[in-house]
Ligand binder design. Structure first.
Ligand code: SF4
Length: 214
């Protein structure tokens, strides 16, 4: 685990991320906040591309909690059966849709506690929805952010909670809204798990990783 980088280095790193991509976007397809919530819940232990393939038709048929209930669990299973843990995920999609209809008038609530109380929605899923839809500077630490944070020293921590705290405590607040996507995209396309693309990395001179590729 690298040492936590200082304020000025972090400001320089995120200025470079911002110059390269001012408005980084998540890659999960959705048409409204409800379909975003469902897509994020489905993405646990699955790739965004795999989820997008599975939801392409599903979301044209069921883009509201009531339409999802009308479709029913068995049909939801048919649409998402290419995704890992699909039976359990389909069950949760139906259960959370029922709660949204019964308790929230068919709307998706915009508080972390309310989101986390929904079946199949953990802190990470809630944070992604809060960040992407309501532009709340919430950090959802996935495998990419965990790896980049620890290798580079941007946000070192022994577990995802520690990395989330390191981001919130150390990254200048004007970069916090987009930190989540800059780090995910950097991890997915540059700081790859097996062979990071260090020679072309825009923060190579600031990164603390001792085993940079050449
Ligand atoms: S220099 Fe290499 S290890 Fe460091 S952030 Fe860039 S790709 Fe990752």
């Amino acid at each position: 685990m690298a040492k936590q980088l200082d304020y000025h280095t972090l400001r320089e790193i995120f200025t470079r991320f911002q110059d390269a991509e001012a408005e980084p976007k998540g890659e999960l397809d959705h048409v409204n906040v409800y379909t975003l919530l469902v897509a994020v819940a489905l993405s646990a232990q699955a790739t965004d591309a795999g989820v997008n393939r599975a939801t392409k038709t599903l979301f044209t048929i069921a883009d509201t909690p009531q339409k999802m209930l009308d479709l029913g669990e068995e049909k939801v299973i048919e649409h998402i059966k290419t995704i890992g843990l699909y039976r359990n995920k389909a069950k949760n999609v139906i259960k959370l849709s029922r709660i949204l209809v019964d308790q929230y008038g068919g709307e998706v609530p915009c508080s972390r506690a309310a989101l986390e109380s929904l079946p199949g929605v953990g802190r990470k899923t809630a944070n992604v929805v809060l960040n992407m839809w309501w532009r709340h500077p919430a950090q959802a630490v996935d495998t990419h952010i965990f790896r980049v944070g620890n290798r580079s020293g941007i946000a070192p921590g022994k577990d995802v909670d520690a990395v989330e705290r390191a981001i919130e405590d150390n990254i200048p607040v004007d970069f916090q809204l987009h930190a989540h996507h800059w780090l995910i995209l950097h991890g997915r396309y540059h700081c790859k798990a097996r062979k990071p693309l260090c020679p072309t990395c825009i923060i190579r001179d600031l990164c603390q990783f001792e085993d940079k590729t050449i």
